[in-house]
Design a protein around this ligand. Structure first.
Ligand code: IMP
Length: 427
């Protein structure tokens, strides 16, 4: 009964799409359990490149049922444009299932995200501006709109009224914006109901029944461990739980059902938006990682901040997620450096610290302590097995594995579907 969780071990953008897609052929269900269209996966199939934001990447594998779980926040207009884009390219999307309990990102949630960031000024989080945080805030405040509400106009109207009562006061009196009309929002949301209907399902029941029937279910995390609202670099985080526990609450599956937790780990580190990042580079090495790694956001088009591999973070990800394996991505990007620095610990106010400090102040003061590993210059993109890699690349992988606390079971050596070395099978 394999139930696998696949999640980002750093700050997101580790190349999850490639990993999920690699497994997609043998997986019956691919489930998103948190986040929304703030995520961005690039999946390359043959000579085709797909950028997905909200849909699980399993949508590209014909035998696989893609599921949007209850923990996800859904912007219907984005969902439809993503579906249309795939349909235009001949991808069948009819098997998609969406939880009726998933929350809807309303137009006012997007407005609140943008005005809040503007008012935070220099202290802004650097959100994707997609309304993610305000939608989760409404959920926790119990004034959220769920997909199932679109099928009861009276309830929907009452809920939109409740949500807008306070927000309109804020928008008009604090943010100097026009009030949002209840009727207009209700009309827009009702306009999505018919097209959504065939996809809406009791996904908790479907997934648990699938597991009872020994189907393979893959839970795909958006963002990454360090962007987790509880375990990340708060407040510079997203508003959900990408960590492994989020798969249970965000899909309605008990922890005893999860058999494997795979952390996707980039061979160096990137981050988008504000917040601390000890190994960040501001020199030509950082620029080279960005250029060679194509480190530009799939969702926002923003340049990603780039830095060397940070083993302290990888160890932390192993701990908070109970990782059983790593999938190391983008090893090929490091080809050509004579030596590669790897952060093995931090120096904080004169002390050497081996583990991620829980104090935000300490983390802001953390300076990387580097070990220098010998690099390689051979092209590794054609490597099919671990032994095809040059010795120094093998040693780099083994060193990362030792420092990070879980076996590296797959290695990405290029963006294509077949440019992956499988060391141990995930299934
Ligand atoms: P939000 O998720 O739009 O609220 O943004 C909160 C923070 O998470 C910002 O720093 C974003 O740049 C970051 N973030 C959100 N989604 C992703 C992602 O998929 N990859 C990397 N960073 C992300």
């Amino acid at each position: 009964m394999p139930a696998l969780v696949l999640l980002g071990a750093q700050w997101g953008d580790e190349g999850k799409g490639k990993a999920t897609d690699l497994l997609g052929g043998s997986v019956d269900y691919v489930v998103r359990y948190q986040g929304g269209n703030n995520a961005g996966h690039t999946v390359v199939v043959g000579d085709q490149k797909y950028a997905l934001h909200l849909l699980p990447s399993g949508i590209l594998s014909p035998g696989c049922t893609p599921v949007i779980g209850n923990g996800v926040v859904v912007d219907p207009s984005v969902l439809f444009s993503e579906l249309n884009g795939l349909n235009d390219r001949g991808v069948d999307t009819s098997k998609l299932l969406i939880s009726g309990n998933a929350h809807v990102i309303t137009p006012y949630n997007v407005t609140v995200d943008k005005v809040t960031e503007r008012f935070l000024g220099k202290r802004k989080i650097g959100t994707t501006g997609r309304g993610i945080g305000p939608t989760y805030a409404d959920k926790i405040n119990r004034v959220g709109i769920r997909i199932q509400d679109l099928y009861d106009e009276s309830i929907l109207t009452q809920k939109v009224e409740a949500a807008l009562d306070g927000k309109n006061q804020l928008l008009t009196k604090v943010f100097n914006r026009r009030a949002i009309e209840v009727g207009q929002v209700v009309e827009e949301l009702l306009g999505y109901a018919d097209r959504l209907k065939p996809y809406v399902a009791d996904t908790v029941l479907v997934l648990n029944q699938a597991l009872e029937q020994d189907k393979v279910v893959l839970f795909e995390g958006g963002q990454g461990t360090l962007l987790d609202i509880d375990h990340g670099t708060y407040p510079f985080v997203t508003s959900s739980n990408p960590t492994a526990g989020g798969a249970c609450t965000g899909a309605g599956v008990g922890p005893t059902k999860i058999s494997r937790v795979i952390g996707i780990l980039k061979a160096y580190t990137t981050r988008v938006g504000s917040g601390p990042f000890p190994t960040e580079l501001f020199d030509e090495d950082g620029e080279a990682l960005r250029r060679i790694g194509g480190e530009r956001g799939v969702t926002t088009g923003r340049d990603r901040r780039c830095g060397w591999f940070d083993a302290v973070i990888a160890r932390y990800a192993t701990r908070v997620n109970g990782l059983t394996d790593f999938f190391l991505t983008k090893l090929d990007v490091l080809t050509g450096w004579e030596q590669i620095p790897v952060c093995v610990a931090y120096e904080i106010d004169g002390r050497r610290v081996e583990e991620l400090p829980y104090s935000q102040t300490d983390f802001h003061h953390a300076k990387p302590v580097y070990e220098y590993l010998p690099g390689w210059s051979e092209d590794i993109t054609k490597a099919k097995s671990f032994s095809d890699l040059p010795k120094n690349a093998q040693d780099y992988v083994k060193a990362l594995e030792e420092m990070s606390g879980a076996p590296i079971s797959a290695i990405g050596v290029g963006p294509g579907r077949d440019e992956t070395i499988e060391v141990n099978s995930f299934l």
